[in-house]
Design a protein around this ligand. Structure first.
Ligand code: FAD
Ligand code: SIN
Length: 537
């Protein structure tokens, strides 16, 4: 029955240990116990690989109005202004907190060194050389690990959220019509057991979904688990068609693709064709520093026109010592591929990078399910609209995790956690499982890359949809018959996330921001200045 030896009870359940989950946990732990579950080692997350930094207004020659205007401009008419104002205005305080927590940001003349990236009209990116995320994770985890109210469960993968469907039937009538979340079923990967984590507050902080695509900057953990779990539980999902492709990843660097930070272009790097042309000037007056959607589409179009496999990022005209000291990680990683970036152009191609859509929240991280909150890349707060401005993601995670924690603290009444059904362990181990999982995962990634990429069309989207529907059916059938494993959890979530991206892309009959379709090449403000919302129930 419920709450047996495999049940953990906590005041706050946090799913995910990137910046969003860790920051929320630190704040929530001021008032209660926190369990953080994370599917690999505690530092493994998109956050850990963040390079450029965190955008925030930190200098006298910058202003909130300017950061707000740049964010709205990149978002192509779909940003929610109140959410944008929140991240911009609350940003400096959050950066101050990170400094107090011991994050060692790069300094210049005793001040924060401020970088610049595409779409920003000012230098406003605080950073730690080109390894910002790693340092932020380190600092947060060191506080988390010494906190008496917080316990981290590594190698614990959430399978599904616990809602009304999972209640033990007590014969009592339901108390109200709204869906509640009371925690999650979680696979302890090392012991191969399914545990029940019970809580009246569940924070979904599972990050992005880059692994849906064949080429991505995202590590293997980014499989869209949070969006898929929330969708199955009945939460509102929004704007999934807006997948950001980062214009510059190192060509042929394997999987995940190695990112060449946009800060390199902010520092003076120039994109060139093989023949040396500064081609971005033909596409946008901001040249190589135009927002990402424009640069990625321009590269895609140049490659299709020339038949080349990559374009090039040129930093050879910059001071070699400066390049090495600003971008030590990029410099050394490229050297591993026999490219000395101070003397040789860097071959680059776009790759899937960031999911602008996700689980719809209000300004305090609440989702449409009572007791379920979301923050970080898994959420759709309204900040990014149709295209995220560079380095606004870490900022959004800091601001919204804080807002959610403060909002929850003010709440007086927490719902009582009811009796929950035990996990159904029936099912067989299937010897074919690994080959099926590996094959389906690859197939999803290939379909999404070929048909749901930077440039789309109805024909391609429909073709992708037919194939993904078939995979969804197969995976669902397999899931019912087989004992759950981490690979199967991820495959089921990848298939669902791919389907949500395609479904949203098919709904939007215009081109805007990151969604470009040859069937509707123009932006249509009269009919489509609205979010794409999907409800599962
Ligand atoms: P993540 O950091 O991805 O953390 C998600 C966590 O959830 C992980 O711990 C994961 O293991 C866990 N998880 C997932 N599913 C489950 C499950 N089923 N059960 C249990 N745990 C689960 N943004 C910027 O603003 N500035 C930058 O400079 C920048 N650079 C980037 C560079 C790279 C290479 C990449 C990939 C992204 C970059 N981004 C940057 C984007 C930014 O890093 C991410 O959007 C942000 O870190 C997301 O934080 P998060 O906490 O929401 O998710
Ligand atoms: C980068 O360093 O280019 C990534 C920044 C981001 O994704 O915001």
């Amino acid at each position: 029955m419920s709450k047996g030896p495999l049940a953990e009870k906590t005041d706050f359940l946090v799913i995910g240990s990137g910046i969003a989950g860790l920051y929320f946990a630190l704040k929530a732990a001021e008032t209660g116990t926190v369990a953080i579950i994370t599917k690999k080692e505690e530092a493994e997350s998109n956050t850990n690989y963040a390079q450029g930094g965190i955008a925030s207004v930190m200098s006298a020659d910058d202003s909130f109005d300017s950061h707000i205007a740049d964010t709205l401009n990149a978002g192509a008419g779909l940003c929610h202004r109140d959410a944008v104002e929140a991240i911009v205005r609350e940003g400096p305080e959050r950066i101050g907190e990170l400094l107090a927590l011991g994050v060692e940001f790069t300094m210049k003349n005793n001040r924060l060194d401020l970088g610049r990236e595409g779409g920003h009209s000012k230098h406003r990116i605080v950073h730690v050389a080109d390894l910002t995320g790693r340092e932020v994770e380190r600092a947060l985890l060191s506080r988390i690990n010494e906190h008496p109210n917080i316990q981290v469960f590594e190698n614990h993968a959430a399978i599904d959220l616990i809602t009304e469907h999972h209640l033990v039937n007590t014969g009592k009538a339901e108390q109200d019509q709204n869906t509640h979340c009371w925690g999650a079923y979680v696979l302890d990967v090392k012991s191969n057991t399914v545990k029940i984590f019970l809580s009246s507050v569940t924070m979904l902080a599972t990050g992005g979904a880059g692994q849906v695509y064949l080429h991505t900057t995202n590590p293997l953990i980014a499989t869209g688990d949070g969006v898929a779990m929330a969708y199955r539980a009945g939460a509102r999902i929004g704007n999934m068609e807006f997948i950001q492709f980062h214009p510059t990843t190192l060509f042929n660097s394997g999987s995940p693709s190695f990112l060449i930070s946009e800060a390199v272009r902010g520092f003076g790097g120039i994109l060139r064709t093989r023949s040396g042309e500064d081609f971005m000037k033909r596409y946008d007056s901001r040249g190589s520093l135009a927002p990402r959607d424009i640069v990625a589409r321009a590269i895609d179009s140049e490659l299709k026109r020339s038949g080349d496999e990559c374009v090039f990022l040129d930093v050879t005209q910059l001071q070699a010592s400066e390049v090495k000291s600003h971008f030590p990680n990029i410099y050394h990683r490229c050297l591993d591929f026999n490219i000395d970036i101070t003397t040789t152009w860097i071959p680059v191609v776009p790759a899937a990078h960031y999911s602008c859509g996700g689980v719809v929240t209000d300004l305090f991280g609440s989702t449409s399910i009572i007791g379920l909150f979301a923050c970080g890349e898994v959420s759709m707060t309204g900040v990014h609209g149709a295209n995220r401005l560079a380095s606004n993601s870490l900022l959004e995670a800091l601001v919204f995790s804080t807002r959610a924690a403060e909002h929850i603290k003010k709440r007086k009444n927490f719902s009582v956690v009811p009796e929950i059904q035990e996990w159904d362990e029936s099912g067989t181990m299937n010897a074919d499982e690994w080959v099926l999982i590996a094959h389906d995962r690859k197939e999803i990634q290939q379909i999404m890359w070929d048909y749901v990429g930077i440039v789309r069309s109805n024909h391609r989207l429909e073709r992708a949809n037919r194939r993904i529907q078939l995979i969804l059916e197969e995976v669902s059938d397999f899931y019912k018959r087989t004992v759950v494993t981490e690979g199967l959890i991820e495959l089921r979530n990848l298939a669902r996330t791919a389907e949500l991206i395609i479904r949203s892309a098919l709904q939007r009959k215009e081109s805007r921001g990151l969604h470009f379709t040859t069937d509707y090449p123009q932006r249509n403000d009269i009919e489509w200045s609205k979010d794409t919302i999907i409800n599962s129930l």
